[in-house]
Design a protein around this ligand. Structure first.
Ligand SMILES: [Zn+2]
Length: 134
């Protein structure tokens, strides 16, 4: 039988080191290039994993915000249109600020709590804040 402190330690051990270092969190930058009329985000998978969110969910968000069909191919995100500049990163940051970074303590150690009927909370594991999101 494990002691409570050991269990806590186990829980901390599972949090990726860079998220629990206490330093200011940097939202990962998406690297994209165009191919014909498409835009390929080559590091989509790892960037979303760093936010501890579902790739599907982030794809849907970007697809809606950029008003373009999107699909996932292994670690890459394919957008069915050419995009220039930092628009994709801007939207990705919007996502992170709305659904990942805690509004109170600005840490990314959060998870989404599904409440049903399209209601969701962002729950912070660092400070315990609960913020409703759409
Ligand atoms: Zn917090």
């Amino acid at each position: 039988m494990k002691k409570y402190e050991d269990l806590l330690e186990d829980a901390y051990a599972q949090v990726p080191a860079k998220l629990s270092s206490g330093e200011r969190f940097e939202i990962p930058k998406l690297e994209s290039f165009s191919e014909g009329n498409k835009t390929i985000v080559r590091n989509f998978g790892p960037a979303v994993d760093a936010l501890r969110r579902k790739r599907d969910e982030v794809m849907k968000f970007l697809s809606k915000e950029l008003a373009v069909p999107a699909s996932i191919d292994a670690d890459r995100l394919i957008l069915q249109r050419k995009f220039f500049g930092d628009l994709i990163n801007k939207k990705f940051e919007d996502y992170a600020n709305s659904y990942v970074v805690c509004k109170q303590c600005k840490k990314p150690d959060t998870h989404i709590q599904e409440l049903g009927h399209g209601m969701r909370n962002v729950v912070c594991e660092a400070c315990g804040a609960v913020n409703p999101v759409k």
